[in-house]
Design a protein around this ligand. Structure first.
Ligand code: LLP
Length: 431
């Protein structure tokens, strides 16, 4: 289709008039598991992982997938089996990553507020590095190390004060943000860490934000991070890695020009490291992509319940809601919407608000979105829902958690069932 509002991709395209994930028509998945449901293309995930891997071929590297983007066990296991690592931000994510088969040596622990018991569990599991971003946190890590009786590998996450030029809610590398250590503070910590028998400074890290649509801020942050790494080496640290964070972008469908491909970001990373003198065979690059690996691999399949016109607005009421995909409500995020029945090439598009059943005016998928005519019973695919969809889900309005389906070629498998009523009151005690 040439319609810019209904973008097809290699993994989601019309076949015989029906939108399909790889070779499986999405209406057959709706018949099987009902709606709303998340559907993922396995090959899209493999392909995205491979393109980042290829972009970093110039140096030893570890792709530590950001589990927060989508922690479904089958997707994690799939990535782990390809040699991927994991970036976690909680004990729960560590438990998921270990259950899915990631090697502890491939797991890094980020996060601005790790509890002592989470740090102790990470030490116990023997993960690759705990990324410290607070002086008080360093004290806790050191005291846990004393308790376990062996030095703990850590990374220092710095805040390079670089403008990622992204949505303010997903920018993390500015001085005013809560993330990372200001470089002068981090510098002061280095001698203490190097001298401590309980700590091993194994990495420097930063993450300036998500959806970096141009590689320039990434390169800038890497130069700053690289100079900090030099300083650590000069002060006696035995650095093994430089962790440049996540932020590799994905397309949501409204972009006028496509973002540069992974290889252009890889080139910017190489240049940044080279400028900082940190392109070395003994230093591994770690990167923590989340959405770029799973985002465009997933759709949220939903059915139109009703339509109505109110005032001058036309509403399409669907059975998916902010409970499954909160991004539009939270960030005003754009997600492309594609009818499962291929619209006629001359279909007239009219702007509608696509809204969910939840009792909030903020419960919308799209506003003023030009769509071909739809009627109750029609199926729609909300694109770009593979990342930060299920992970940010809630059971508000006592809605069950939707199923997840993984497609590989002609095969589809349910990788999470829709939750039953017992999940609605699990853990509650009727007093
Ligand atoms: N590394 C760290 C330390 C992070 O904080 C994040 C994301 C990532 C990696 C992965 O970022 P990605 O490559 O996926 O952009 N809920 C928001 C995104 C919040 C991201 C938080 N940190 C959204 O739906 O856009």
């Amino acid at each position: 289709m040439s319609n810019a509002h209904i973008p097809e991709s290699e993994w989601f395209s019309y076949r015989d008039g029906l939108l399909s994930c790889e070779q499986v028509p999405l209406d057959s998945i709706a018949d099987e598991v009902n709606t709303p449901a998340f559907v993922y293309s396995g090959r899209a995930i493999d392909d995205a992982y491979r393109s980042i891997d290829e972009a970093l071929q110039f140096a030893p590297h570890l792709i530590a997938y950001a589990v927060k983007a989508n922690g479904n066990l089958s997707l994690l296991a799939r990535l782990a089996s390809q040699g991927c690592g994991a970036d976690i931000v909680s004990l729960g994510e560590m438990q998921r990553a270990l259950k899915a088969g990631f090697s502890p040596d491939h797991i890094v622990f980020s996060g601005v507020g790790k509890r002592r018991e989470e740090i102790a569990a990470a030490a116990e599991a023997g993960i690759r590095a705990i990324h410290v971003e607070n002086v008080q946190e360093l004290d806790v890590v050191e005291s846990v190390a004393k308790e376990v009786g062996r030095p703990l590998p850590i990374g220092l996450r710095v805040n390079p004060d670089v403008d990622a030029k992204t949505h303010p809610y997903i920018a993390t590398g500015l001085r005013e943000s809560k993330f990372g250590l200001a470089i002068p503070v981090a510098e002061e910590l280095v001698p203490r860490i190097v001298q401590s028998p309980h700590l091993e400074l194994e990495a420097v890290a930063c993450h300036i934000g998500s959806q970096l649509t141009s590689p320039a801020p990434l390169r800038e942050s890497i130069e700053i991070l690289g100079s900090f790494a030099q300083l650590c080496l000069e002060r006696g640290a035995k650095l093994r890695a430089i962790d440049i964070g996540g932020g590799w972008p994905m397309h949501y469908g409204q972009e006028v020009d496509p973002y540069p491909p992974a290889k252009v970001f890889g080139e910017a990373i190489r240049e940044g490291l080279e400028t900082a003198g940190m392109l070395r065979p003994d230093i591994e690059i770690i990167t923590e992509p989340g959405r770029a690996i799973v985002g465009d691999a997933g759709v949220l399949l939903t059915r139109v319940l009703y339509t109505k016109t109110q005032g001058d607005r036309r509403f399409v009421i669907v059975d998916a809601a902010m409970t499954e995909l909160i991004r539009p409500a939270l960030y005003g995020a754009y997600h492309a919407i594609m009818p499962i029945d291929e619209p006629a090439s001359d279909a007239v598009l009219a702007p509608v608000d696509v809204v969910g059943p939840v009792c909030e005016s903020g419960d919308f998928v799209a506003k003023d979105r030009p769509l071909p005519p739809v009627k109750p019973g029609d199926l729609l695919a909300i694109r770009g829902a593979g990342a930060y969809g299920r992970e940010m889900q809630s059971m508000y309005n006592a809605r069950p958690l939707p199923p997840e389906v993984l497609v590989d070629g002609m095969r589809s498998r349910v990788i999470r069932e829709r939750s039953g009523p017992e999940a609605l009151w699990q853990g509650e005690i009727l007093a």
